[in-house]
Design a protein around this ligand. Structure first.
Ligand code: NAD
Ligand code: MN
Length: 492
């Protein structure tokens, strides 16, 4: 609709992203050897919009023969791709990055429709980071000798890359960009609830003329991932997802010579000292745990507050949560979208019940009715949480925060480290010396200071302990995708 003023001045607002119509293929095929092909398995599954429960499309479910075709394609493409000069590979990566930028509106909307995350996140966080990641690793492709001075650098080979549903395109970028920069060929397996944007990425690979077979995309569920990871011609498995599947991949790759990196879950601690800027810290708590409905592996799901400021933090947090909007993820004002699936909603609700049963106090802030269709969970938090409570120990992967207290920095550190995980942490204080003192004692791959959930392609990301091993992002993110001269070449 145009207003009188717009008619007179001759300009118009561009369409809001949520009004852009996205055409979705009804049958989404596999991407093998540079082409979209029907699955030999003849098997399909449907993907839905978790905000409406409406079916969006059918997606191919890759079986054994399809895995075979994709691995064969990747193997065949490997010699030529790995022998290309770094600057030639960089050209393709730069083109991919630019094409992602050009198609970012469409990709953001589809990401939101298929996965449920708010459009303001997919549009303003995910997509810019996806493009940035390809730009960043394009920059490394012809500078590998500076990353590994003096070494004879070779790619690892055929990479199986298995990703989750919380950041579908971002996880695809984290996996593909460094692998391609280093001269490997890839088979990407997106999560079953969020396959559609990965297939648009496949279109982009075609558009930029990426040589056939360098990237293959197999859709399917856990069984497809298992077949892929166990294929004997796969040289490297990169996985992001649950600790349970991560452990099974460790078992299945042990002794095979396959390289493995795992990025698993977390139960990250966000620590607020009494001398912190409280209002900013409350913003940090909100972005730490309610971003993407809490579907974030590094979510600040355990909050440790210095005892004297507990009441102030709880009251400010309550006030802030009242202003969060839960609802239609395509609405640009929405703060929390839909939970990704019925299964995940069941899990989150089970943890909330469990928290109450074990004696913690639930603070439910939102009382308004949520849409009758779709999977919704209002942001909430618990106080009176004991370290032994399940909600203080296990990853919930939803918008549920466990609030605990501490009296001394030493206590904060030991309680934060009292977890089988070690992915991320946050520290809030106005004392720089305290930041350094505490940060170096935390067992966490990433420590944010006076901020939370900030990402950059140049910054390595990854965990300790049961949060996994290996780093993605930064120069360190190249390491899992190369073999240096002194390493054996046992993998077939
Ligand atoms: P998941 O680990 O089952 O799935 C992640 C990916 O692995 C998907 O692509 C899936 O198809 C694939 N997969 C499943 N089983 C496999 C197998 N045996 N071999 C190879 N690949 C396999 O995770 P989920 O079931 O979607 O979520 C369960 C829990 O995992 C969540 O509640 C959350 O706690 C955690 N999670 C963590 C992350 C993270 O970023 N670290 C992401 C998603 C989920
Ligand atoms: Mn879906």
């Amino acid at each position: 609709m145009t207003t009188k003023a717009q008619e007179l001045s001759g300009w118009e607002y561009s369409l809001a992203p949520e009004t852009t119509k996205i055409d979705i293929e009804q049958k989404n095929k596999l991407f093998i050897q540079g082409k979209f092909v029907s699955p030999k398995s003849r098997s399909w599954f449907s993907t839905i919009n978790p905000a409406t429960e409406e079916k969006l499309a059918d997606v191919a479910c890759a079986g054994k023969a399809d895995v075979e075709s994709a691995v064969t394609a990747a193997k065949k493409a490997l010699p030529k791709w790995s022998r290309l000069s770094g600057s030639q590979r960089a050209k393709y990566l730069y083109r991919i990055a630019r094409r992602i930028q050009e198609r970012s509106r469409e990709l953001a909307i589809l990401e939101t429709m298929d996965g449920g995350k708010p459009i303001k996140e997919s549009r303003d966080v995910d997509l810019p980071l996806v493009a940035q990641h390809f730009f960043y690793y394009a920059g490394w492709a012809d500078k590998m000798q500076y990353a590994f001075p003096g070494a004879n650098i070779e790619p690892v080979g055929v990479c199986a890359q298995i990703i989750p549903w919380n950041f579908p395109l971002m996880m695809a970028a984290w996996k593909l960009a460094p692998a391609l920069a280093c001269g490997n060929t890839c088979i990407l397996k997106p999560a079953e609830t969020t396959s559609l944007t990965a297939l648009r990425l496949a279109e982009i690979m075609q558009e930029v003329g990426l040589p056939e077979g360098v990237v293959n995309i197999l859709t399917g569920a856990g069984e497809t991932g298992k077949l892929l990871a166990e294929h004997k011609s796969v040289n490297k498995v990169a996985f992001t997802g649950s600790t349970a599947v991560g452990k099974s991949l460790m078992r299945s790759t042990a002794g095979t010579g396959k390289k493995l990196t795992l990025e698993l879950g977390g139960k990250s601690a966000n620590i607020i000292f009494a001398d912190a800027a409280i209002d900013q810290a409350v913003e940090g708590i909100v972005s730490g745990i309610y971003f993407n409905q809490g579907h974030v592996c590094c979510a600040g799901s355990r909050l440790f507050v210095e005892e004297p400021i507990l009441d102030e933090v709880v009251s400010k947090l309550t006030h802030r949560l009242r202003s969060l909007r839960v609802g239609n993820p395509l609405d640009k004002n929405t703060d929390l979208g839909a939970i990704n699936s019925q299964e995940q909603l069941d899990t989150v609700e089970r943890y909330i019940r469990n928290g109450t049963e074990e004696g913690a106090q639930l603070h439910e802030i939102h009382s308004e009715r949520l849409p009758s269709k779709g999977y919704w969970c209002s942001p909430c938090f618990f106080t009176d949480v004991q370290p032994s409570h399940t909600i203080a120990r296990e990853e919930i992967f939803g918008p549920v925060l466990s609030v605990m207290t501490f009296r001394t920095p030493q206590e904060a550190i030991s309680r934060a480290n009292n977890s089988p995980y070690g992915l991320a942490a946050g520290i809030w204080t106005n004392k720089g010396s305290k930041i350094f003192e505490v940060a170096k004692k935390l067992d966490a791959g990433v420590v944010w200071c006076n901020t939370y959930n900030k990402f950059d392609a140049a910054s390595p990301f990854g965990g300790f302990k049961e949060s996994g091993f290996g780093r993605e992002g930064g120069m360190q993110g190249l390491r899992p995708y190369v073999r240096l001269q002194n390493q054996s070449r046992r993998a077939k």
